[in-house]
Design a protein around this ligand. Sequence first.
Ligand code: OW7
Length: 400
Amino acid sequence: MSDQATLSRPVSTADPFSHGFLRDPYPYHEALREAGPVVWLERYGIWAMARHEQVRGALTDWQTYCSSAGVGLSDFRKEPPWRPPSIILEADPPLHTRTRAVLTRILSPAAIKVLRDTFEREAEKLIARLVEQREFDGVADLAEAYPLKVFPDAVGISEEGRENLLPYGSMVFNSFGPRNDLFDLAMANAGPVRDWIMSKCSRAALAPGGLGMQIFEAVDAGELSEDEAGMLVRSFLSAGIDTTVYGLGNALYCMARYPEQWSVLRGSPNLIRGAFEEVLRFEAPVQSFFRTTTRDVEVGGVRLGDGEKVLLLFAAANRDPRRWDRPDTFDVTRRAAGHMTFGTGIHGCVGQAVARLETEAILTALAKRVASFELTGEPERRLNNTLRGFDRIPLRVVPV
Ligand code: OW7
């Protein structure tokens, strides 16, 4: 590499956490991708990667791009985290390796098979009722209602107080961004919400046989401490609800917005699996996470220093024309595997079998009963520093 190349670093004044960016990120994503393989964001004094090759490269190099300094904007080495760090998300090997092994086992495709009948029955029940009703809010009545029933049931959480789960998710995912208006709003009632969550993470609060109690069984096997088990239950309750709520909402939005794609799907239910991947690529419920450099590193001729924050724009990588044909076209027949929405590498989504199960159960139940979706009003966005999705999707369904 020439010294000359190190002198120029692509720079942007964009604020990825402003309302304008969050409302319609795609023009900003394009500008950041075209600016270079890595771009300096003046607003925050951090780097951003928006191209598929570089996002993937950072996610698969945990030794250079670590998680233990936090996967949000805040650097845990410089300011205290708002909650004790996650021992899986915000950890590096060797701690991460040990905690991840436990969740990999509990959430393996084989282990998740046990949940399938219940998840399918609950999806059928909910969709039958909503189709009977004809008109409903795709967010509250479906995208929120379904995960809020099946996932806490699977973990083994009491029914009482489940209204705290979405506010907690909002706290968690907004906290990966700056301390902006969205952060402040999410944190308005933080104390009681956090107290409720923590009270549900102990062995005594969990139902026998559930995913939560299975974590405590790893304590009995000597793999974790009792406190670590509680922290991993907290990870379930942090990562397991909002992600699927926003993902289901985005799936409904795509089917209503692109009715011909719903027709294709209804004609070939074997496409449902791939359609879910395409929703995740096209309207990524998780837009971004950060890493922190552990050394000086060169990326495409640009020099990054040690201890610098790097914003990985998964959603921009998902529409990188260097990687995808017609990236801005929603196409349920495309091979969308390789999108970055689940991340990749050692931190790649450990719960993806649950996410797939939930979405496939809902889309399968809908495909049996719904000929088409009509929007009866404009969908309203819910802005979040990390997640992309909706507050309201007013729908009418045309039954088969
Ligand atoms: C955790 C979707 C990425 C997450 C997200 C938020 C919190 C946690 C994990 O996974 O607490 O471990």
